[in-house]
Design a protein around this ligand. Structure first.
Ligand code: C5P
Length: 229
């Protein structure tokens, strides 16, 4: 359905793993900040009607050029953790939006098709939906001394991306329940703790997260070669 989805964009992280400099979402690639790239791409998805960005405290990025006139845009100050930034964005999201996606600004090149895939699965009746990719490396669990505890079955593992989609009541419950608050690195983790079954859809290589300096180089390659519009 056109315009029935709100996308929350946590963009308030410092990005210390990227090295010194401005907060990660405000780093530029091709003369445009990662945040602007991210907002511009989610707005290409016809389902999106509203974007709520949680920005680093004390900053006021200009997102008008990245946001078509049909999109409702809200900007809030983010918090000390990703979870707090998402909660701040959720608090100002207009009540008319029943489908809510949460999308890391650091995944600046996620294609609009991925946004549509997640939104469609929510409309199909899944309360929570996340995009995933198969794991390519062998994953082992280690103890504190650095010794291997066990080798995990790679065929049953997935790496998780954003945008993650939720029925509004489900995301609100996840963020309201203080007993599940803590060091969650994604929103699906919050709702899993409530016993809600989270559905997976295929992710996209283009939705890679810019975390380390080498990721910036890869993102620049995608931009230059036209794979990230
Ligand atoms: O640090 P990491 O890459 O996992 O952060 C994922 C996303 O969450 C980034 O877009 C980052 O800007 C955002 N974030 C936030 N507020 C924080 C920490 C991270 O909005 N306090």
């Amino acid at each position: 359905m056109r315009g029935d989805v709100a996308v929350l964009v946590p963009a308030a992280g410092l990005g210390t793993r990227l090295g010194p400099g401005v907060p990660k979402a405000l780093r530029e690639l091709g003369g445009t900040s990662l945040l602007e790239h991210a907002v511009r791409r989610v707005c290409l998805a016809p389902s999106v009607g509203c974007v709520v960005v949680a920005v680093p405290p004390g900053t006021a990025p200009d997102l008008q050029a990245a946001t078509p006139a049909r999109i409702q845009l809200y900007v809030v100050e983010g918090g000390a953790t990703r979870q707090q930034s998402v909660a701040a964005a959720l608090a100002v999201t207009p009540g008319s939006y029943e489908v809510i996606l949460v999308h890391d600004a650091a995944r600046a090149f996620a294609p609009p098709e991925l946004v549509e895939r997640v939104a469609a699965a929510i409309r199909d009746g899944h309360p929570a939906v996340i995009p995933v990719l198969p794991v390519v490396d062998t994953i082992k669990q280690v103890d504190e001394s650095g010794h291997i505890l066990t080798t995990l079955d790679r065929s049953a593992l997935r790496t998780v991306q954003t945008p993650q989609g939720f029925r509004r009541d489900v995301l609100e419950a996840g963020h309201r329940d203080v007993s599940v608050a803590g060091g969650h690195t994604d929103d699906a983790g919050l709702v899993e703790k409530l016993g809600i079954r989270v559905f997976t859809v295929p992710g996209s290589e283009l939705a890679m997260k810019v975390t380390h300096p080498t990721d910036l180089a890869l993102a620049e390659f995608l931009l230059t070669h036209g794979e990230a519009r």
